[in-house]
Design a protein around this ligand. Structure first.
Ligand code: ZN
Length: 345
């Protein structure tokens, strides 16, 4: 089994090597860990290792099974992937899956079902899946992939074997990014830290040029005043909720912006606390080390109590963004609080 492309997950690779060798597979697994640490990549490699026609101790990547698994078109391997425009995995999808599971495999000895973003099953879909996992048809293997184990039904979790993927150290991500993008500039350093241990997120940040957007958000928030708070909020909301995006896609853009603001205030708090202890500025664990001057200036003129209050406000906004609230009012209200705290300077 070759998992060379999977970084920092040796505990999982070694575990599954021995499981495959001893043929002691469970009937259902949950692969959990934050986004972008290799869960989907590993799933594909794992299934190839189980089904490869050429290599008994790994996978060849080119045989009829491996190539169809790479292309997501093997008749016995079923991937449920949520469309970006959909918020939930609905019961119809799980019913279809249940029906397919009741049929005999076409070519392999067993049928394999992968459900990505499994925490996004709605209540009905989760109950339906629970029945399927509780009374499994022989020769089926379920792999549920999730970024958030706590959002899965406890009854489902208790019937699966949970495999936890680790976050990846920023130094490992930095080295990977330097090679992949052939660059060692400040955006590489920034993405390695800002991505919080997610290599997938770090690559996406660089591909989408989010370094610029993050700097733009910091510039606006650090200078936000009561005269332009509403227009600034409107600008961010309108740039996210465009006619070409679904509401869910627009929400994701706003989530990314709120996370920028959250990390910026978290950096301010780190500065505030460490200033009392006279720590070396260059050694502080900041997400935005490249903006340390702005962070220091802002944190020097804002009380610790205010910084903590704003952090709570941002967390509140992130939570309510997913609920059925007026998004314009939600972001305006946050920006009014931030500008109010800036004006006290
Ligand atoms: Zn193969």
């Amino acid at each position: 089994m070759s998992f060379n492309t999977l970084l920092s997950q040796d505990h999982i690779i070694n575990y599954f090597k021995s499981v495959i060798e001893s043929n002691h597979l469970a009937h259902a697994y949950i692969f959990t860990g934050q986004e972008g640490v290799g869960k989907s990549l590993f799933t594909k490699e794992f299934i190839k290792a189980l089904t490869c026609l050429e290599n008994e101790n790994g996978h060849c990547d080119v045989c009829h099974n491996c190539s169809r698994i790479n292309g997501h078109n093997h008749p016995d391997v079923h991937w449920e992937v949520l469309d970006k425009k959909e918020k939930f995995i609905k019961i119809e999808r799980v019913r279809n899956l249940q029906h397919t599971a009741s049929l005999c495999p076409v070519e392999l000895n067993s049928k394999i079902f992968v459900i990505q973003d499994a925490e996004r099953m709605n209540e009905e879909a989760a109950n339906c899946l629970l029945k399927t996992i509780e009374e499994p048809t022989p020769n089926t293997l379920f792999i549920l992939i999730t970024n958030s184990l706590s959002r899965l039904k406890k009854t489902i979790v208790s019937r699966c074997q949970v495999i936890r993927f680790k976050s990846i150290h920023s130094q490992v991500i930095r080295e990977y990014l330097m090679k992949k993008f052939n660059n060692d500039g400040e955006e590489i350093e920034w993405a390695a830290k800002y991505s919080c241990g997610s290599i997938g997120k770090a690559c996406a940040l660089l591909k989408e040029d989010f370094f610029k957007e993050n700097n733009n958000v910091i510039n606006k928030i650090s200078r936000l005043n009561t005269e332009q708070n509403i227009s600034c909020a409107e600008e961010f909301v309108n740039s996210a909720l465009t006619p070409t995006r679904s509401l869910e896609e627009g929400r994701q853009v706003l989530r990314d912006i709120l996370n920028c603001i959250l990390r910026y205030y978290r950096d301010m708090l780190i500065f505030k606390i460490n200033k009392r202890e006279n720590s070396d500025k260059a050694r502080l664990p900041l997400f935005n080390a490249n903006r340390s001057d702005t962070i220091q200036l802002h944190s020097d003129t804002t009380s610790q109590e205010t910084i903590v209050k704003i952090i709570y406000e941002i967390l509140f906004s992130l939570e309510y963004l997913d609920a059925n609230v007026n998004i314009h009012l939600l972001i305006e209200s946050l920006f009014i609080r931030i500008s109010g705290s800036n004006n006290q300077r």
